[in-house]
Design a protein around this ligand. Sequence first.
Ligand code: MN
Length: 738
Amino acid sequence: MSQPVILSSPVDPVLAARFEELVVKYAKLRPQESLVSLLQAFEYAALHHTGQTRSSGESYMAHPLEVAHILCDMSMDLVCLETGLLHDTVEDTVVTVEDVRKRFGNDVARCVDGVTKLAKLNFYSREERQAESVRKMLLAMVNDIRVVMVKLADRLHNMRTMGSLSRERQERISQETLEIYAPIAHRLGMGKMRSELEDLGFRHLDPAAFAEVNEAIESRRKVTGDALEEIRHAVELKLARENIPARIEARLKRPFSVYQKLKRQKISIEQVYDLLAIRIVTDCVKNCYGALGTIHGEWTPIPGRIKDFIAIPRPNLYQSLHTSVIGPGGQAFEVQIRTEEMHRIAEEGIAAHWKYKEGTKGAQSDEQQVAWLRQLVEWQQDVHDPGEFMSTLKVDLYPEEVYSFTPRGKVIILPRGASPVDFAYAIHSDVGHLCVGAKVNGRIVPLKYELKNGDVVDILTQQGHVPSKDWLNFVKTSKARNRIKHVVNTTERAKAVEIGEKHLEKEARRLGVQWKKIPKEHLEKVAHDYGFGKMEDLHAALGYGKFSPRQVLLQLAPEQVAAAEALEVAPAASPAVPPSNVNDKDLILKVRGVDDIMVYRAKCCNPIRGESIVGYITRGKGVAVHSVNCTNVQNLMYEVERKIEVEWAKAVTESFLVKLVIYTDDRPGMLNQLTSALFNEGTNIRTLEAQPDASRSDGSALVNVAIDVKDKKQLERIVSSLRRISGVRDVERSQSST
Ligand code: MN
């Protein structure tokens, strides 16, 4: 039952008439559905595109309307058609995705958003190998298959109407169509869409070659036209005699596939023996093979040209029997035989399947559609068909991957959750080492930022910079992890060598060992006794605290050490670090059971009294005390033997410096409220710094504040009173030492 179209606002009568045709067409397709929302989508889009024109001079709204027509011809659903009508509103008008959501619901909003995001990607590239990554990325980004349908329909209409664009744009868009969109249509089994995209792309990319091929096909049509009709008629008669119901189409090969064949096989058009083709569409598989027998009984088949894609479907689910035979007058022609169902899938691909499912089960959830797409893709990986199916492209929908770009448009594929540091190392180890910052889509982001699909990443480097150990907390690629660890270990070893050497000399001086007089060979022998090839390795081991300098000196100069120790009133085991390093601040912490060891609060987590803490024996700097929750120390604990228990010493009056980051709305009076809240809690503000939040664009601000805090309880009070201030979005304890 067709519903009357009543437009509530004045719209160009030509557009209104064309929209009415859409309504009639869709009503025929699904008579039960209400078309109110379709009408609203049309009016809404027409209203917002008012005054905009296409480069051809016609009203802009004609484009989305035709896209909706294409989608309707593909039997897509209302969400898809509405998305088609609205697909350029967010990109080209003041409308936002939120506006679309409010009026047209979540599904349409999600699809419009998806199409808009794809439009923003500039993935034009001359590099063939990159085209594959881009196709993968495009499919990976899509969470609703209808986004792909709308995008393909959009591209098809643009290709059909690109005549008034500049040559340069025609070429660019055509190349993109041939490299990205036609292969996607192919992969989704949408034969009709693919053919039209390919022929239009070919025509506009290389008009001269297209004209040449087309002319050759046309002149062959003149010569063979009658023969083709004759063959068609003969086939019809023979199949009728065998009682095989069939619909028979006679056709010539498409320009783009002829062109590819000529190019690939370096032959002339006379040698393309499947230029003429007959397609037999019958009712069942049995009759497909029956028809094949009939054809072969009548005409001689060309050896090696028989292909059974019914028994072994192509990866994109295409099914047919193919053969080539020598027809009347020695004219070769190709025959394709398939059922109606196979024909529909060959023409429409995923769209056919989608429709079928919808018919049996009602509206499909998006999840199921995407699952089907993934299944298709998995199947493609299993099926291996070399030979002419060279354009079969391996596609993966890796939800665990992120596709990002260099500023010059190169695709960098990283695991999900990867950071700009991973990106930098993926480009080159040196870029990784020298990385000091990153811009994503033109904005500075923290180095631990999680990259998203389509991000354009610009790595900022500085000569002489070395990677930070903290990076190990967030990098996701093993390349980045290994490179960082390597540098960190090398630097730490160099430090350990230096420290070990100093400790040894110091201890030698204390014990009166005449260091300079010990022969070099003797030194090396002792190093060797300890299992090291070089003195340097022994120094490193001393620096790491594996041996005490006294032990080593006992080996080097046993008599002198013994004599020196006899003179000492209270010989003490030499501490790993001289106790003179201990300062007042450190007395608030102690290592259980040990006194004279240097203890300090780690800068990364800056633990305060009341927090659970753990000690970590550093290389030459004493014991660093971390909060047990500190990510740094969790990362360090791979060397369990360096862990040590620590506790808070008996209370003295003390305060701890704590740094907080406060995320707020950027509004007047905010700082005043923050400082008075801190004042009310009786804390002392050391530094306070406010700045706009560079990682966001919504007018939020970051406030960095350093305060003196007595203990954990006081800190908790402070944080909760800060959070109560309206406009404060979050308060975080700063984890970095800077
Ligand atoms: Mn468009």
